[in-house]
Design a protein around this ligand. Structure first.
Ligand SMILES: Nc1nc2c(ncn2[C@@H]2O[C@H](COP(=O)(O)OP(=O)(O)OP(=O)(O)O)[C@@H](O)[C@H]2O)c(=O)[nH]1
Ligand SMILES: [Zn+2]
Length: 183
């Protein structure tokens, strides 16, 4: 990858041999490897690694999970928050694992819609919940730094399963992700 980035430096008109850029191809390669490490990680395994039996069937929400991903069209970042909920059906997972699952799928080339559904599907597969819900709100650098140049637009995507198809459950989830309980 570093060789390819050295070529790219030359192709954009830079001098890849100048002092400040000597280590850049390797740095960028490392950064890109980190930003795409999700390809070698398995979200369902992560959820299963801290899965506990509990007879609880009330909604669990982990909200405001920060998210950094790369859009697959321009390989530019999109940045925002994920809100994830599920209603257990005999099994709960470690709370941190929800954030890890968001990272597994964020650290790939993505479209926001697919990212949203992949998070939902992993939770469905690992926990077989009564319902699950994912909302992602993000700003896309490809719409800000270039192209249409819209600085303030926010894209919201959602995916719901099971009980969250019911108005009442979905409304409760949406109300709770809008609230600021610790303020
Ligand atoms: N649906 C979806 N579209 C995305 C996402 N990220 C970027 N895009 C869009 O992907 C589209 C690619 O469109 P193209 O017309 O092939 O590319 P382009 O000529 O660079 O388009 P512009 O961005 O409009 O200049 C653009 O409309 C982007 O805004 C995403 O997560 N979901
Ligand atoms: Zn893009």
């Amino acid at each position: 990858m570093a060789v390819a980035y050295k070529n790219i430096l030359n192709l954009i008109g830079e001098d890849a041999e100048r002092e400040g850029l000597l280590k850049t191809p390797e740095r960028v390669a490392k950064a890109m490897q980190y930003l795409t490490q999700g390809y070698s990680q398995n979200a369902v395994d992560i959820l299963n690694s801290a899965k506990f039996h509990e007879d609880i069937s009330e909604m669990v929400i982990v909200k405001d999970i920060e998210l950094y991903s790369l859009c697959e069209h321009h390989m530019l970042p999109f940045v925002g928050k994920a809100h994830v909920a599920y209603i257990p059906n005999g099994w709960i997972t470690g709370l941190s694992k929800i954030g890890r699952v968001v990272d597994v799928y964020s650290k790939r080339l993505q479209v926001q819609e697919r990212l949203t559904v992949q998070i939902l599907d992993a939770i469905k597969e690992a926990l077989n919940p009564i319902g699950a819900a994912v909302v992602i709100e993000a700003r896309h650098m490809c719409m800000m730094m270039r192209g249409v140049s819209k600085q303030n637009s926010i894209t919201t995507t959602s995916a719901f399963s099971g009980e969250f198809h019911k108005d009442r459950t979905r409304s409760e989830f949406l109300r709770l992700i809008r609230s600021n309980p610790l303020q």
